[in-house]
Ligand binder design. Structure first.
Ligand SMILES: Nc1nc2c(ncn2[C@@H]2O[C@H](COP(=O)(O)OP(=O)(O)OP(=O)(O)O)[C@@H](O)[C@H]2O)c(=O)[nH]1
Ligand SMILES: [Mg+2]
Length: 336
C-alpha cells in the first residue's frame, strides 16, 4: 500500500490548487483514528489560515430548501453554467437524513450528469450516518479542502427551518430554493426562512402561474421585513432548473451579493461569525453543556473567541477542546 502523504505535502499541493490532492485530503479528514485525526486537524487549521489571507474571489454558496424543491437539479445547472464560464466548482451535498434515493446517495445523480470526466468539478456526498464527529464539522472540513482548489464551492443541504442555520455559517451566500405551491407566505414566515437567506429562488418556473404566485408571496414577505444588517436586500429570482430559464439571472444575483460583501467589508466579518458559530456548535456537539460549563460557560467562550480574532475554527475547536478535557479530568475542589 502506498504511504499516506504527509500534512506538509498535502498542504503544499492543495495550496497549488492541485486537484489530485483533494481525494487524499478528504480521506484523511474522514479518518477517525487518533493519529490521522490529529494530522487532519493540523491540515485543516493551516489550510483555513492560508485561505483567510487568500484571494477573496473564491466563494462558498449554499443551496437549501425543502425536499424535492429541485436543489440538486439546480445545482447541476449551475455547475454546468459555471464550467462554461471557465470557473471550477467543488460540491458538497449534505444529506442529514441519510436518505437514499433509488439506491444512490443524494448528489450521485448530479455527479453522473455534470462532472463525468471533468477535472474542473469535484463532488462530495455526505450522510449523517457517516459522521461520528458531527455533520457540521465534516461539511466544513470538506468545504475548506475544496475551497483551496476550486473557484466556487456549492453546498447543498435539505432544509426547512433550522438547517439553514447550520449551513449559513459555512457559506458566503445562502440561497433558499422554493418551489411553486410551496405554501403561502404565512408558512414561510412560520418556518422562519425569510431572515437568513441572501438570495431566494423560485424553481420550476416552467410550471407557470403557480410559480408566479409563489414569487409574489415571497416578494411580499421580504418587503415586510427589514433588509439585512449590511443593507443587502435579498432578491427573488424565478428559474427553471429543468429548462435553464433564469440560471443567468441567478448567477448575476449571486455575483451581486458577492460584490456587495466585498464592498461593504461584510465578507470577512461573516466568515468570522461563521467561525464562531462553528466553534460553539462543535464544542457543544463533542462535550455537551457539561463541557461548555467546564470552559466557564458562554461568557468565557465569547471572550476567547473575541480575543483570538485570527485563530481558525479548526484550531480553536482543538485548543478549547483540550482545555475542556483537562478541566473535566481535574478532581473537583473539595468543599470546605
Ligand atoms: N418541472 C420542473 N421540475 C423540476 C425542476 N427542477 C427539478 N425538478 C424536479 O423536481 C424533482 C426533485 O428534484 P431534485 O433536484 O432531486 O430536488 P432536491 O431539492 O435536490 O431534492 P432532495 O435532495 O431530495 O431534497 C425531480 O423530479 C426533478 O426532476 C424544474 O425546474 N421544473
Ligand atoms: Mg437533492
Amino acid at each position: 500500500m502506498a504511504e499516506a502523504p504527509t500534512v506538509e505535502a498535502l498542504l503544499e499541493r492543495l495550496l497549488e490548487r492541485d486537484r489530485s490532492a483533494v481525494a487524499p485530503a478528504l480521506n484523511l479528514v474522514d479518518d477517525r483514528r487518533t493519529e490521522p485525526a490529529r494530522a487532519a486537524n493540523e491540515l485543516l487549521d493551516r489550510l483555513e489560515a492560508a485561505l483567510y489571507e487568500s484571494d477573496p474571489g473564491r466563494r462558498r454558496v449554499g443551496l437549501t430548501g425543502a425536499p424535492g424543491a429541485g436543489k440538486s437539479t439546480l445545482l447541476d445547472a449551475l455547475v454546468r453554467r459555471l464550467r462554461s464560464q471557465g470557473e471550477t466548482v467543488g460540491v458538497v451535498a449534505v444529506d442529514p437524513s441519510s436518505r437514499r434515493t433509488g439506491g444512490a446517495l443524494l448528489g450521485d445523480r448530479v455527479r453522473v450528469r455534470s462532472s463525468a470526466r471533468d477535472d474542473g468539478v469535484f463532488f462530495r456526498s455526505m450522510a449523517a450516518r457517516d459522521r461520528l464527529g458531527g455533520l457540521a464539522e465534516g461539511t466544513r472540513a470538506a468545504a475548506t479542502v475544496l475551497e483551496a482548489v476550486f473557484d466556487v464551492v456549492l453546498v447543498e443541504t435539505v432544509g426547512v427551518g433550522q438547517s439553514e442555520g447550520d449551513v449559513q455559517p459555512l457559506v458566503d451566500t445562502l440561497t433558499y430554493v422554493a418551489q411553486p405551491g410551496a405554501g403561502d407566505l404565512l408558512q414561510f414566515m412560520k418556518a422562519g426562512i425569510l431572515e437568513l437567506p441572501d438570495v431566494f429562488v423560485v424553481n420550476k418556473a416552467d410550471q407557470g402561474a403557480a410559480a408566479q404566485r409563489t414569487l409574489r408571496e415571497l416578494e411580499a414577505g421580504l418587503g415586510l421585513g427589514a433588509s439585512h444588517e449590511d443593507g443587502w436586500r435579498a432578491p427573488v429570482v424565478a428559474v427553471s432548473a429543468r429548462d435553464g430559464t433564469g440560471i443567468d439571472a441567478l448567477l448575476e444575483a449571486l455575483a451581486a451579493h458577492h460584490a456587495h460583501q466585498a464592498e461593504s467589508g461584510r465578507r470577512a466579518e461573516r466568515r468570522r461569525q461563521g467561525r464562531d458559530a462553528f466553534v460553539r456548535g462543535a464544542l457543544q456537539h463533542r462535550y455537551g453543556s457539561h463541557g461548555m460549563a467546564a470552559l466557564g460557560g458562554e461568557p468565557a467562550l465569547l471572550a476567547r473567541l473575541e480575543g483570538d480574532a485570527n485563530a481558525t475554527g479548526f484550531g480553536l475547536v482543538q485548543e478549547l477542546g483540550r482545555e475542556i478535557e483537562e478541566a473535566l479530568a481535574k478532581p473537583r475542589p473539595r468543599r470546605p
